[in-house]
Write a protein that binds this ligand. Sequence first.
Ligand code: SF4
Length: 144
Amino acid sequence: MAVKEIKTTCAYCGAGCQLMFTVDQTANKILDVRPAPGRTNDGTACLKGWYGWDYLNDPQILTKRLRKPMIRKGGKGSDLVEVEWDEAIAYTAGRLKEIKQNYGPNAIMGTGSARGPGNEANYIMQKFMRAAVGTNNVDHCARI
Ligand code: SF4
């Protein structure tokens, strides 16, 4: 086994934390990851940086890429069923209204994504939560 330490930048979000990977070069596998001293993280990392690397060794542990929206029509614990967007949007709007009516707007929160959808999508998400839902419960995935 040829073990090597490789310092690299976490690929999850824009914070740019430095991580130290311990790699078995013979088996081409990551053995361990720990935070490394970096300008933005100073030797710390969030949960994604610490633990979110196992898919690199085994891409099959990830769920398949979703191609269509899915709903658990039989309620909690039932199988997910593919539906069209119109049905998914109507279902989600109905459930949000129900929760707001029964428990108030602060029973709902929205979380943005640090990568992928971009600034505009995150702006729309927080605007929707504040203006349509009526809550200031907005957050960001890097705070997990
Ligand atoms: S905050 Fe977390 S996800 Fe973002 S770069 Fe740092 S360790 Fe990675």
